[in-house]
Ligand binder design. Structure first.
Ligand code: ADQ
Length: 489
């Protein structure tokens, strides 16, 4: 059944401000010779300011996306349009390691309305199963539109005739359509890093039609999982006159490809790091943590979608078993601070820290602490050393687009040992069915799975890890990026 147009606008006043009427532009003050065949558009630039020899310069940002895309963009003589992350901070376009970085200015009011508001307090919780209530504020929508328009205009200026533009993530969902209006000659793709929600949730969004039409401006729309692609296709069928036909949607005379492009990691980088003598030495030092106990590790951004609080409750429950004690296992929770200006994140931090205090207070003994909690960003080498000593890796998000931590752990287990406990609701579960899969909302089941993990038959564990390692070996982030760009012809 298709929803009636009236019903769409009726409950929310007039239909959303039209996104159209952007005049097509040819090159707009960037000479053709300086335009790029391949343009990446992402919320942030692939570089960040860093002090080098006492002087402020630019350094490549950490993270899989940047390391996967940089070589491809470089090879294509390409350009990256993004925000520096600072309010009103827009240095002139500059080259860094052969990539032209074009900074888009975002004002302080826009950071509050678009980034913290619409992106992180509306879209983020809504797309993650509404595990926290999304907030809908009309005064956040206009800054979101304005920021998207600025990104689209910059991408339009920078792209060569017939070039390709790849737009990343939920911050920029209106850009594909705006770009099409400005530059009908370019082909564009959009990739969503977070889950695309079921229609029943998406329809709550007051600006649902504008967002859907924004996305449908792309030629290729990629999701982490087939479920995301399915949700999107079903929505397009219900909400507007789009006709799904297998892997494509026919809309306004165009065929739009919709599919799953599961992201991965730089597998070789993790596998090589696991062989590094310095990192192995550091892992040996970390073994001191063990003192006869199993090491259970979790590594997350401190985000309410990651299920950190329920996981701690499950560990508490496991410790309470008659046959278990703090001499059997230590839990190491590493949490990198995130979005700290948003109140839901402040509440989460307080809850997590209270739980850690409760467990350590109830069960700890002099010199034996059951939960080791580190609220910080670990350097890469230290992260790998932690992966190497972990007997059990608990990755239990309530909802997650993919979850790279699960894949990173697997990639470092060169001896096929170690047990991955993985949430059914992480995109990674679709590719790693050999993990011990768990429902993160079910604290009893999680406690039982922790028990299963610490007692798993080594042969069974090794078979599972081998199969998972093969998956991440075969499909790295480099293949992911190449496949998507190839689809953009
Ligand atoms: P994130 O929600 O940020 O990404 P994730 O995929 O787990 O989640 O990536 C986090 C990255 O940060 C990993 O590379 C991890 O190693 C690193 N990290 C986390 N905590 C750390 C710590 N304390 N110290 C150092 N490093 C830490 C979004 C989506 C995901 C999707 C990715 C990529 O939410 O579902 O997998 O994008 O598409």
């Amino acid at each position: 059944m298709r929803l009636a147009e009236d019903a769409l606008s009726g409950s929310h006043g007039p239909p959303p401000r039209s996104l159209t009427i952007l005049e097509p532009m040819a090159s707009q003050n960037v000479p053709a010779a300086q335009q790029s065949e391949l343009v990446i558009v992402a919320n942030t630039l692939p570089v960040r300011r860093e002090e080098v020899d006492g002087e402020l310069g630019w350094a490549q940002s950490p993270g899989g996306l940047v390391s996967a895309l940089s070589p491809i963009v470089r090879e294509a003589g390409g350009c990256w349009v993004g925000w520096t992350g600072g309010a009103d901070d827009a240095p002139e376009p500059f080259r860094h390691e052969d990539i032209l970085n074009v900074a888009v200015p975002v004002s302080e009011v826009e950071v509050a309305g678009s980034y913290q508001g619409m992106c992180n307090s509306t879209l983020w919780p809504l797309y993650h199963d509404a595990v926290r209530p999304p907030e809908y504020h009309r005064h956040w929508w206009n800054p979101y539109v304005a920021v998207n328009r600025r990104f689209a205009e910059e991408a339009a200026r920078r792209t060569a005739l017939g070039g390709r533009v790849w737009i990343q993530d939920y911050h920029l969902q209106l850009v594909p359509r705006m770009l099409r209006e400005l530059r009908p000659d370019v082909s564009s793709g959009f990739f969503l890093h977070i889950p695309f929600p079921p229609i029943e949730l998406f329809l709550r969004l007051p600006w649902r039609r504008a967002v859907l039409e924004g996305l449908l401006g792309a030629d290729v729309i990629g999701f982490q999982t087939p479920a995301g692609a399915y949700n999107f296709t079903r929505l397009a069928d219900r909400l507007i006159e789009a006709e799904p036909q297998g892997e494509t949607i026919r809309y306004q005379g165009r065929d739009i490809r919709v599919g799953a492009f599961p992201i991965s990691i730089d597998t070789d980088r993790y596998a090589n790091a696991a062989l590094s003598p310095e990192i192995r030495e550091r892992a040996e030092q970390l073994q001191q943590l063990r003192r006869g106990r199993k090491i259970i590790l979790s590594v997350d951004r401190l985000d309410y979608t990651k299920g950190i609080d329920l996981r701690l409750k499950a560990f508490l429950e496991w410790l309470g078993r008659e046959d278990r004690s703090i001499r059997d296992a230590v839990m190491v929770q590493v949490a990198v601070p995130s979005r700290e200006r948003i109140s839901e994140y402040q509440i989460l931090r307080r809850d997590v820290e209270e739980l850690v205090g409760q467990i350590n207070g109830e069960y700890g003994e002099l010199g034996v602490v059951p939960v080791q909690y580190f609220r910080r960003n670990l350097p890469f080498e230290e992260l790998i050393a932690f992966y190497l000593v972990a007997d059990v890796m608990l990755v239990t998000p309530l909802c997650d687009g993919m979850n790279l931590v699960a894949k990173e752990y697997v990639a470092t287990r060169l001896e096929d040992d170690g047990v991955l406990v993985l949430s059914e609701f992480a995109g990674a579960a679709a590719e790693l069915p050999d993990a011990l899969l768990v429902n993160p909302h079910d604290v009893n089941a999680m406690a039982a799975t922790i028990e299963q993990a610490v007692t798993l038959d080594p042969e069974d564990g090794s078979r599972r890890m081998k199969a998972m390692r093969e998956v991440v070996r075969r499909h790295s982030v480099h293949e992911w990026a190449a496949q998507f760009i190839e689809a953009l012809v």
